[in-house]
Write a protein that binds this ligand. Sequence first.
Ligand code: FAD
Length: 453
Amino acid sequence: MDFDLFVIGGGSGGVRAARISAGHGARVGVAEARFWGGTCVNVGCVPKKFMVMAAEYGGAADDARGFGWDIAKGGHDWAALIAAKDKEISRLNGIYRRLLDNAGAKIFDARATFIDAHTLDVGGERITAERILIATGGHPTGLEIPGAEHAVVSDDIFALPEMPRRVAVVGSGYIAVEFAGVFAGLGAETHLIYRQPLPLRGFDADLRAGLAEALEQSGVRQHPGTLPVAITAEGGAKQVQLSDGSVIEVDLVFFATGRAPNTRGLNLGAAGVQTGPKGEIPIGTDFATNVAHIYALGDVTDQVNLTPVATAQGHALADSLFGNKPRGVSLANVPSAVFSIPPIASVGITEDQAPAGAKIFVSKFTPMRHTISGRARKTLMKLIVDADTDKLLGAHMLGEDAPEIMQGLAVAIIAGATKADFDRTIGIHPTAAEEFVTMRTQTRVAGALAAAE
Ligand code: FAD
């Protein structure tokens, strides 16, 4: 065999697995068809966060006036933002490639497909490997409606030549609400069209309601309970026909309606690897597919589609195979954030998922900054506590710095902290975060809201 491990996909999970395996002394090859670093670095987390930051600066300029600054916001230069973002991303591409090179992995800038269970076609070259890892990630999917060709998906959004003045974002998952915040923050007339009554299905209900309110306050025009049924284009403008009979005219229609695993075109059949209904690859706790020496991890498995999950899995697989440290990765209590404006962050279960009788603590307040900035914006915090064990089951926040705060709370929850531990922790004053250790009065018990309805 040419390699001990061949990794298909140079994204978050694949790069980590290849690098650590090579570090353990394995002979590793890795193929990347498009861009080193994968989705997160090129068309995901990283460029997305730069864009959110750009939008936040506009809001900060407005808020500064309340603090005495004589600031005129002026205009935003979209091309300058894209150029700055591209420069940083090409630096990161280089870093990812170098990391692999330095670790001793053999790099292939090519697409890989299966010939049989131990043989791959890598850009026309025939390569054999003892073990193969599929870390091919996913791709954005749009809606199949008449005129869908006039819409773009998230892969396109990072390279738009100019800033659209009017945008319709379709969907209400995290990518949809994040980009609604970006476009509204950069000054576009922004519509958010979604099927659910509230955005962010699956998140805690109070956060969803709070976010809908915050989006409204930032000028995002929401169309809940609505679907686009057709798109027509005339000149640069697009008319989006909605299921409620109305029509909106915009310059850009952005389908943020979901993602699907990248398994088509891999010729998985030749290796006997099975896929599920969405094309995802089911795996065991050891990351093995139904074929014992072929592994899969990250978004292609469609479990918890986040970069830190893919990298943790890649690391665990490398340690298990070549580092003499076999281990899996727990997907319980994975913290996550939504970089909406303001952001959301959560760890653990939601109030809807809480066992009946669990103690619910909620706090909603105007953060200190906005008592002076004049901006109407609330921060919302919630703790969910087991009534029997006093252990924290969930923590949720909508408000500035929520993702930064939640990372620490996630450690506490993973470590099994109780509400009494939170109560005896001294706050850091003056912060919003101190509210999490000073919530003394129980708001309700889980199930009370549903019972009252
Ligand atoms: P990927 O990073 O997608 O890497 C897969 C790689 O495989 C790709 O580079 C692809 O080109 C390559 N490939 C595919 N097929 C082949 C083949 N046959 N041969 C060779 N190469 C191939 N996650 C977060 O944690 N935080 C965030 O804030 C966040 N924001 C996001 C924003 C957006 C807009 C998007 C789309 C995603 C975001 N994510 C975020 C999710 C995150 O990007 C993914 O969870 C992560 O990239 C998954 O890593 P992966 O290794 O499984 O796949």
